[in-house]
Ligand binder design. Sequence first.
Ligand SMILES: [Zn+2]
Length: 120
Amino acid sequence: MRCPVCATDWSSVAASPTRCVCGYSFATGDASLAIETLKRTHRSTVRRVVGGVAMFGGGLLSFVLGAGALSTLYSFVFVLAGAALVVRNLPAAVRASGQMRDARALAKLPAARLLGAPRP
Ligand SMILES: [Zn+2]
């Protein structure tokens, strides 16, 4: 069994889970909890990316405007910390955005498609 939102493979687990770690409910096909969780993840990662860009830009500006060894050291630390924030959080933000799009598409399916195949 594979989660349609986060693509986590649950086939190796002995007992079939009722809910995925992302919040998707296998029993009901409800993706609302997954959407809320992904919204929070997306919001926090985007906030960290914006903070990283601001730190990177501030470090560069400090390097250009500053003079002296201490100013250069501070700007170097700011540039490195900003770049690290962007590099670490940008993939998570993109992944959360894609998963949120998939979860919203699942939530928009008509009810008849969630009930399964028609009985013979
Ligand atoms: Zn999942």
